[in-house]
Design a binder for this molecule. Structure first.
Ligand code: HEC
Length: 190
């Protein structure tokens, strides 16, 4: 009994080889077929980049993004008004008078400062002075925006400064400054 059972379960060398090959072949075949399937699907999905219709369709698809990028690249920086800059940046210190900042609309605080002249105030606001940080701590403010905020604050306390205009006046105002800045360095050379 035990003998015949052993015989039945005993495999010949051929049987062993066949079962090994078959056992390997089946999964290999399956993997091969799956790869073929994936490749054929990918093939069908190759984008058509040559025909005009396809190019148009692509342009149409990316239009929202492309337009947004174009807008960003071309849009000129919109300079904020003095009040906008004040409301966004300067008010945090200049309304409560924090750190000894001259208070907004307080003539007593601003009088001596106004008498220094507009250009000096703008310079101090741009470069910072004592506890007053450069540009009020908002480094992205342009020179014009800082100058406007200074005029806005000083005028609110009785001064009669005119804030620089955006396009035409701004370069004209900076040109003499640049010349003045260049002159001393040129003169200091022996
Ligand atoms: C972090 C607080 C703070 C912020 C924000 C701030 N300031 Fe000031 N500011 C001060 C302080 C403090 C002084 C007083 C400095 C001193 O004279 O010791 C001052 C003084 C000034 C003066 C007078 C300078 C002088 O020469 O007397 C001007 C002008 C001025 N600030 C403009 C601005 C403008 C414009 C902004 C916004 C863009 C701004 N500040 C934002 C704290 C601030």
């Amino acid at each position: 009994m035990a003998d015949s059972h052993a015989k039945m379960t005993q495999a010949t060398p051929q049987e062993v080889i066949i079962s090994i090959v078959a056992g390997l072949l089946a999964p290999l075949l399956a993997i091969f077929l799956v790869i073929q399937l994936v490749l054929s699907i990918q093939d069908r999905h190759q984008p058509d980049t040559t025909s005009e219709a396809a190019l148009k369709a692509t342009a149409e698809r990316i239009k929202p993004v492309a337009q947004l990028a174009a807008l960003d690249a071309n849009a000129p920086k919109v300079e904020k008004s003095g009040q906008e800059v004040f409301d966004a940046v300067c008010t945090s210190c200049h309304t409560p008078g924090a750190l000894g900042a001259p208070k907004f609309q307080n003539k007593g605080d601003w009088g001596p400062r106004i008498s220094q002249g507009y250009d000096t105030l703008v310079k101090h606001a741009t470069e910072g002075i004592r506890m007053m940080p450069p540009r009020g701590g908002a480094a992205d403010l342009s020179d014009v925006e800082v100058a406007r905020a200074v005029a806005y604050m000083a005028d609110a306390a009785g001064a009669k400064f005119t804030a620089p205009e955006p396009e035409a006046a701004a370069p004209a105002a900076t040109a003499p400054e640049a010349a003045a800045a260049a002159a001393p360095s040129a003169g200091s050379k022996p």
